[in-house]
Design a protein around this ligand. Structure first.
Ligand code: SF4
Length: 308
C-alpha cells in the first residue's frame, strides 16, 4: 500500500525546452503562413500532439517542406539543413537550445585551433547528428567506452572531447577516464548541461529513500530514458511512463515487498501537468491516504565528482 510519494527536487521542463516551446507557440500564433517543425520540437508525445492539434505541421526532412516557416527543434541541426531550407525560400526560426549552440561554438573554436574532436553521444539522436554536421571531417562520434579500441593512438593529433548534453554523468566519467588512458593528451570540454546534471543527481539521492521510482517521459526522450536507467540501477524497481494511464496498481502490491514509498521524477521535456496527473493517480491508488512531499535538499553536491 502506498503511504508516501516523494517528488524529485529537480524534474521536468528545463530552460531549453521551455524556450523552444515558447518560440514555436509565438511563431505559430504570429504567422499567416504554414508553420512546420522539423523533427519533434522536444521529445515528448503530449507536447508534439498539442502542436499537431494547433495545426502546426511536423516533418522529418527539409525536402518534405514546400513553403512557409520552418522551426528548428531544441536539439538543433547541422548547418547544411538550415542552408538547404533557406535556399528553398523557407523562413527559418531557430529554437536550438543555447546549451546545444554552446557545443557548436566550442567545436568551432577548437577546430580553429587545429583540434580533432571526439564526441561522446548517441549516433541516432538529433542532437548528435546536428553536432557532427558542424565539422563532419573533424569529429568522430563514439557511443561508449567499448568502442575506443577501434581507434588509433592519434599521438600526432590535438584531441578534444565533447559530450552530448543529456549523457549520464557516471557514463561520462567512465568514458573520460578510458579516453584519457588511451589518449593522455586529450583535452576535455565538459558539455553535459546543468539541467541534466541536476535531474540525475536528484534521482541518485532519491533512490535509497524509496521502494520504487516512476519517471514520467516519452521513450523518445534520451534524458528521460537515462533517468529511468539510473533509477533502475540504484533503486531496483523503476518504470518509465508516458502518463498516469500507464500506471498499474499491481506494481505497488506484494507479499512482504509491497511498495510503500514511491519516488516521482520526469525528463526535461515532460510537461508538469503529466507529473501532477501521476501524483493524483498514486494518491487515488492509496485510497486517498498517501502523503505527498518534495525531496529535501542534500548538503553535499554530487556534481563535484564531475568537476574533478
Ligand atoms: S536538457 Fe539541457 S541541453 Fe537539452 S534542451 Fe534542456 S537545457 Fe537544453
Amino acid at each position: 500500500m502506498i503511504k508516501k510519494a516523494i517528488i524529485a527536487r529537480h524534474y521536468g521542463f528545463c530552460m531549453g525546452v521551455k524556450r523552444a516551446i515558447n518560440i514555436a507557440e509565438e511563431t505559430a500564433r504570429d504567422s499567416d503562413e504554414q508553420v512546420t517543425i522539423l523533427n519533434e520540437i522536444v521529445h515528448n508525445d503530449a507536447v508534439v500532439k498539442d502542436f499537431r492539434e494547433k495545426g502546426v505541421g511536423q516533418k522529418f526532412a527539409v525536402d518534405d517542406v514546400e513553403t512557409g516557416t520552418l522551426i528548428i527543434s531544441a536539439h538543433g541541426v547541422s548547418p547544411d539543413v538550415i542552408e538547404r531550407a533557406t535556399n528553398k525560400g523557407l523562413k527559418v526560426v531557430d529554437a536550438t537550445c543555447p546549451l546545444v549552440t554552446r557545443i557548436y561554438d566550442i567545436i568551432a573554436k577548437a577546430v580553429g585551433q587545429d583540434y580533432y574532436i571526439i564526441h561522446l553521444g548517441d549516433r541516432n539522436h538529433d542532437e548528435t547528428t546536428g553536432v557532427h554536421g558542424h565539422a563532419p571531417d573533424r569529429i568522430t562520434v563514439i557511443s561508449n567506452k567499448e568502442e575506443l579500441d577501434q581507434y588509433p593512438d592519434w599521438t600526432d593529433r590535438k584531441l578534444g572531447l565533447t559530450v552530448q548534453t543529456t549523457m549520464g554523468l557516471e557514463d561520462f566519467v567512465e568514458f573520460q577516464e578510458a579516453a584519457q588512458k588511451k589518449w593522455p593528451h586529450i583535452e576535455v570540454f565538459e558539455t553535459i548541461c546543468n539541467a541534466t546534471n541536476k535531474r540525475q543527481t536528484s534521482i541518485m539521492d532519491l533512490a535509497p529513500e524509496v521502494d520504487m521510482i516512476l519517471v514520467v517521459g516519452s521513450t523518445t526522450s534520451a534524458n528521460s530514458g537515462r533517468l529511468a536507467n539510473i533509477a533502475r540501477l540504484l533503486c531496483g524497481r523503476a518504470e518509465l511512463i508516458n502518463s498516469a494511464f500507464d500506471i498499474k496498481a499491481e506494481w505497488f502490491e506484494g507479499d512482504g515487498d509491497a511498495v510503500e514509498t514511491v519516488g516521482v521524477s520526469a525528463g526535461a521535456s515532460t510537461p508538469d501537468f503529466l507529473v501532477q496527473d501521476v501524483i493524483r493517480r498514486l494518491v487515488k491508488i492509496s485510497g486517498g491516504t498517501a502523503e505527498v512531499v518534495r525531496q529535501e535538499k542534500k548538503k553535499k553536491a554530487r556534481t563535484a565528482k564531475i568537476a574533478g
